[in-house]
Design a binder for this molecule. Sequence first.
Ligand code: COS
Length: 379
Amino acid sequence: MNFELTEEQLAVQQAAREFAQSELLPGVIERDETQTFPLEQVKKMGELGFLGMMVDPKYNGGGMDTVSYVLAMEEISKIDASASVCMSVNNSLVCWGIEKYGTEEQKQKYLKPLATGEKIGAFCLSEPEAGSDATSQQTTAEDKGDYYLLNGTKNWITNGNTASIYLVIAQTDREKGHKGINCLIVEKGMDGFVVGKKENKLGIRGSDTHSLMFTDVKVPKENRIGDDGFGFKFAMSTLNGGRIGIASQALGIASGAYELALAYSKERKAFGKPISQHQAIQFKLADMATEIEAARLLCLKAAHLKDQKKDFGKASAMAKLFASKVAMDTTIEAVQIHGGYGYVKEYHVERLMRDAKITQIYEGTSEIQKIVISRELLK
Ligand code: COS
């Protein structure tokens, strides 16, 4: 077992840290307030290779390992979780899904521009009536010979308007249950595809979350990923990897809040000394740092298993379950340490606290993670 990062991994971490400080920090409060997607910043993330980090260089990706991805996700998420969710979805749901299960033609056509960030991807599983219960898809993809006729509505889709390539999960044969579900690659601009309203959210307010409507959209058969009926397994397998991204996002939100609280505690004086000299604050800092370290190790373990091509479903669910709780607990304590200043926008921690909550909800709620983990334990 080796806990040392390689020089390459350290360089990725440093590059992400510098990018977050110089490009994401300016304007992050305004973007949150005005619900503005960080378009320019995401474009630069693409140029720096942060949107297709693990994709094979032959498809224009960075060819990096998942450990590097975790490190970069943590650094970006410390500053701007709205930018990092775009990064997570593009990398670990859309790029990974197409690279692992797509045809060579799909990789040439869709993966290449996704890996550079020239195009952004979205993953469309959730529906008004299907979130945790992902098999009860109401969206239908009727088999019409050489194309599918897609009808239905998807909800809470990250990158909903910014994306131009969408992985849409839909039911083809209801009698076959989850074995009758397919995943189709849908392009923006296809007739009958409309981007619906933008959600006004508690946190990650800069991210671009929309509903999507499909009315008689003709999707060519060659846009189906995998064999007929593979769509549900595709979604589950892809989400296993996506959860490493969201766990790392939660880790970054937590460590960002902790770093702010630590710095503030050394400056702020109360009862004649910096508050960091009061045991009440020291104990909070000790708990935060310990829990963050544990969350980081779970994220890195899941990433390591994935890099070793070993089963990582349980590890990624554990990482997400734990890191998202740490994000919530740490950000609440960071606000507490900041006192009144923590409750106003300029000090960032209130935003991080709002951003933390979604990590316990999307890509599988904490309750779903417990189902995934306990099923593995009881196998
Ligand atoms: N990884 C790989 N395959 C998986 C899997 C996983 N994590 N979970 C389930 N599968 C496979 C099963 O092996 C099964 O395959 P077989 O029919 O060949 O045995 C198939 O998928 C159906 O699984 P299952 O019968 O367990 O389905 P359930 O309806 O009981 O649902 C849960 C399982 C709850 C785990 C699943 O619906 C889920 O993960 N839901 C949350 C989805 C989610 O994250 N939503 C958020 C939206 S994305 S922001």
